[in-house]
Ligand binder design. Structure first.
Ligand code: B12
Length: 214
């Protein structure tokens, strides 16, 4: 459980660019055994969504948002590394963004969450061409491909990438997430088989429990 006071302290530290204070708050939560999922969702995601709203209302600058993004990027990695777990039945997930998709914190968070559950992961990150993603899939043969799409203008790129993967690997399990598909836009995935839209880490946890026994 993350108190409102801890969240507000973290948000203010983030907006101040005070990385050391942010680390201190995260360390305290980890010491109190707050889960990776909770830190990711109720501290990092909540803060970035709030910063997005402030940015829209010009209550914080693009510079403040960029600094916050960089701090969160480091912290996602930090929490994932400090919670790494090993499993005997290791599976591999390849998590990527799309060509011209520059939002990568969601994809990194999903990767960190999977790592904390003991999965092997390949985090590809932002702005990568479909042909390079295909090369990686051929080479690594992941159990699951995760695709993150935040900007709605990239939906056609998302559909094209899924089409490409399915032509070569019809059975490939694909999970898709990100705000581009919010508000009913995930309907566009219904024509593909074994492609699942997942809105956040809670949904991912449920999905993995049902399909991969976590
Ligand atoms: C930081 C930020 C940026 C940074 C990103 C830097 C980086 N390294 O990631 C920069 C400055 C590059 C940026 C640029 C732009 N941005 Co921006 N950005 C944001 C902001 C403030 C935070 C994003 C974030 O990190 N959120 C936190 C993460 C953890 O949340 P998340 O991505 O939703 O991820 C969760 C779930 O969605 C899901 N999920 C995500 N991916 C995946 C993948 C899988 C496989 C699964 C299972 C689940 C999953 O699980 C995650 C954890 O729960 C958001 C505001 C917001 N509401 O998020 C706007 C926002 C995403 N941006 C937006 C826009 C419009 C833009 C720009 C067009 C702005 C501009 N005019 O230039 C450009 C587009 C760039 C591009 N082509 O990609 C819009 C997108 C609207 C839409 N849906 O299309 C938002 C929502 C702001 C808004 N309200 O208008 N942005």
């Amino acid at each position: 459980m993350i108190s409102e006071a801890a969240y507000l302290h973290f948000l203010n530290s983030l907006l101040d660019g005070d990385k050391k204070q942010c680390i201190q708050i995260v360390d305290n939560l980890i010491e109190q055994n707050v889960s990776v999922k909770e830190v990711y969702l109720n501290l990092f995601q909540r803060s970035m969504y709030r910063i997005g709203q402030m940015w829209e209302k010009e209550r914080c600058s693009i510079g403040n948002e960029h600094v916050a993004t960089k701090i969160i990027e480091g912290l996602i990695e930090y929490v994932a590394v400090s919670s790494l777990r090993d499993r005997t039945d290791k599976k591999l997930a390849l998590v990527t963004c799309l060509d011209k998709e520059y939002h990568e914190l969601g994809a990194r968070m999903v990767t960190g969450f999977l790592e904390a559950l003991g999965w092997n992961t390949l985090f590809v990150g932002a702005n990568i061409s479909p042909s390079e993603i295909m090369k990686l899939i051929r080479e690594k043969m992941p159990d699951v491909v995760g695709i993150s799409s935040s900007f709605y203008m990239n939906i056609t790129r998302l559909m094209n990438l899924i089409q490409l993967i399915k032509e070569e690997f019809p059975d490939q399990e694909i999970i898709v997430g990100g705000q581009a598909l919010a508000e009913g836009r995930s309907e566009c995935l219904s024509s593909f088989s074994n492609v699942h839209y997942i809105t956040c880490l809670n949904g991912l946890e449920k999905y993995l429990a049902q399909t991969h026994r976590l």
